[in-house]
Structures are given as structure tokens and as C-alpha cells.
Design a protein around this ligand. Sequence first.
Ligand SMILES: Cc1ncc(COP(=O)(O)O)c(C=O)c1O
Length: 410
Amino acid sequence: MASSLPAGYVYFDHNATTPLDPRVLARMLPWLGEQHGNPSSAHRAGQAAREAVEAARAQIAGLLGADPLDVVFAASGTEANNAVIHAVGRAHGWRGEIVVASFEHPSVRRSAERCVEHGMTVRVVTPGADGVVAPAAVLAAIGPETRLVCLMLANNEIGTLQPVMEVAAACRERGVAVLCDAVQAVGKVPVEVGGLGVDYLTLGGHKFHGPLGGAAVWVRPGAAFDPYLVGGSQERRRRASTLDVPAAVGLGEACDLARQELPARRAHLLELRERFEAGLAAIPGAVVHCAAAPRLPHTSNVAFLGVVGHSLAIRLDLAGFAVSTGAACHSGVVEPSETLLAIGVDPAEALASLRVSFGMTNAAAEVDAFLAVLAREVAALRAHAGARSAAAPRAASAAAAPVAAEVLPT
Ligand SMILES: Cc1ncc(COP(=O)(O)O)c(C=O)c1O
């Protein structure tokens, strides 16, 4: 089927989702066509599916330096995060405390908030202005009742890498479990569960050129993991559901390719991001957030002061470039990114921000073309805002034009 996107349209929103690697698709296609079977069936069709799924599980474990037995499939990063938090809550009779970083993905924060409905409490730790949560801040939040600490490996909006290893070591000494949401990190930076020392780690294939629907959680042997989805005894009673064989096979292949190609991928992505951020020098009032912090190689979050980020993203889309704002849009009202507010960026600057996230199919020439269009669109919006404020000073605010769709952070 022909793409509905215009020829030459450039996608710079890989933190939202990535295009499927054709090599991954090739592995999945037989399982969407002539091959089929329920991996729980005893007959040969079922056993062929079982073999494919177990091979994929080994590929996932291979990327994480883990034992395949400790990998449980899920349908999304959201499900994986929910499953872990639910399991820890249940294991402790819904008593005790969960510590979360304030800029965790909503699938972690909202899931922890649900535990409050059951009787648990949640303590929120704020990152520094550099976009990094200080280990000391996490430790200060841990008390005798703390059961779980949730700290993501890389933030989805600003790309900052978090000191998970240090936090996990301190939590281990205190007998506190750690969930590391590595959904944005896996496939872009080395992620090795043994070295990190966490109890649970979640990942999702669609963030690194694998399929939507293929996600997983790694569970340290002995860590509580009562199933979130109950029903059949699939996944050694850790997740009921007939396995999505094509998604599992695709996730496995995406992990295997990432394992083989990680250094080359990092180098390519970093080159694109550095080229982009160097080029921003030509655009006055462009501020890269958390530029000095350790970051994912492909994520750049930039404020264009005096411009409404949402309007800029729409103009860029019309000009052929897909980027994102971290802003959430509810019922036509654009609210600044919670992540940017959490690191102390002021609301007007947060509303002036864009997230640009590169992928393996992007090329340097696309970055150069983007920079030229970006400079033009930023200047046009500033000129427009200037003309509007001259005509009607009270109308010149950071409020964006109403948008019909509901947009949530990814
Ligand atoms: C850090 C992080 N965690 C979890 C998720 C949720 O993953 P999924 O979209 O597969 O549910 C996302 C998705 O954007 C994410 O960025």
C-alpha cells in the first residue's frame, strides 16, 4: 500500500515510535501469513510457534545480558510498567511506599497513583535542572516503608540518562526493589541488567525499529511478579494471553540487530544530533535543554524563545518534517511539558520547546534541510507574534491556537 505521506517527508519523532526495520519485517512476515500456531498447543504447528517465540526470548535476553527464563513478553511498555508496579503492590498487600521520579513516563506515574487507591503512598523525587535525578535525592526519599523505587534509564522528552546503577546499589542494601523503565534506552545505549543491578527492567520494540505490540519485562529471579493479566498459564504463569507470535519474533530480531549494531547506531545517531545542535547556533534564541548532561544519542529538546512550540511543530509538519512538542493538548488547551516543568524550565519556555528525535533511516542532508526550514519558520512565527502584539498587545500570549486532537506525551 502506498504511503499517505508526501514524498520526501522527513520523520524526526523516533521517541514516539520508529519505522519497522525491513529485516525485522522479513522475520515477522511468515508468522502473519503461512505460518501460524498457538505456542501453548502440543501439536507440531504449536511447537513451531513455541520454538520461534523461545528463539526470540533468547535474542531479547542476549541484548540485555540476561537469562531467557527471566524475560516475560508484554504488548507494550505501558503494560510492562503497569505489570511490575501492580505485582510489587500486591506482593506487599498494598501497604508501603513507592518512590517515583517526577518525570517518569505516565505509565509509571499513573500506575503508582493507582496503588494509592489500594492504600499505598507515593513519594515523588524531583530531578535537577540538568535533567538528572540525584542519587542522594532518591535515597533521602527512601524510608522503612519503601517497597519500590521507579527510575527510568533515559527520559523520553529530554533524553537525559539517569544514575540507575548507583540508585539500584543503594536500594539493594536497603532491601528495596527497583523498576527501571528502559523503554527509550534499549537499542540506543548499552543496557545490561546484571550491571544495572535492578529488579525489573522494561522495554518496547517499537522504540528501536521493532514492531508495535512487541514489548517485554525482565524480572530478577525471585522478585515478586504475580501476573497482571490473569487467565491461562502462559509465560510460566507470569502473563496470561495467547502470545502474539509475530510481535515476539519481531521484537527478538530487533533486539538481535541492536546487539550487533549498537556501536554503529550510536555513532550515526550522535552525529545527526551534534550536526543539528551545532546548526542551531544560526537560530537566535534556540536553547538546548540539558545539553551538558549525559543524554541519549538521538534526542534533542530545544526551546525557541518567543515562539509557540505547538504552532512551530504544525508549520514544520506542513513543511515536511515530523517533530514533537512535549506539551500535552487536552480539549484544545496546550499545557507545557510536565517534564520540562519538573526540571525547572519556566512555562513560557516549556511551551516554546520542541523534541527532535533521530532514527537510523535519517541522513545528515535531512538535518541540514531541516535546519534551513526551522530557521525560516521560527523567524516567520516571531514576525507574526510581533505584528500581532503591535496590533493587539493583550492578545500576545504564549497560548497556542486550539487544536482538535488530544495529544499525550510519548
Ligand atoms: C520512557 C517510556 N516508558 C514507557 C513508554 C510506554 O511505551 P508504549 O508506548 O510501548 O506503551 C514510553 C512511550 O513513549 C516511554 O517513552
